[in-house]
Design a protein around this ligand. Structure first.
Ligand SMILES: [Mg+2]
Length: 86
């Protein structure tokens, strides 16, 4: 697999993991935005961790946190598609 395929594969795996954990999520956009921004915050934590900043409880796996952001964005996009079909 090339890099693009690896990343898309990771996002797809994360989408299935989210669905197993939470079921199919449907939220108002304000709620989605809080979920997405929380994940973006974890990306910032992981970037800070690479600099030796932050707290021990902070997220530290930058790749994983970026995949979370992409997967949440994908879940929102799925809802947008669904709404546009109705
Ligand atoms: Mg996360």
């Amino acid at each position: 697999m090339n890099l693009e395929e690896q990343v898309v594969h990771s996002i797809t795996d994360e989408r299935y993991r989210q669905n197993e954990k939470w079921g199919m999520q449907r939220h108002d956009y304000g709620t989605w935005l809080t979920i997405l921004v929380e994940e973006v915050g974890e990306v910032a934590q992981a970037m800070q961790a690479q600099k030796g900043w932050g707290k021990d409880s902070d997220k530290d796996d930058l790749y994983e946190e970026l995949i979370h952001v992409a997967a949440v964005a994908a879940a929102i996009a799925e809802q947008v598609l669904e709404e546009n079909q109705n």
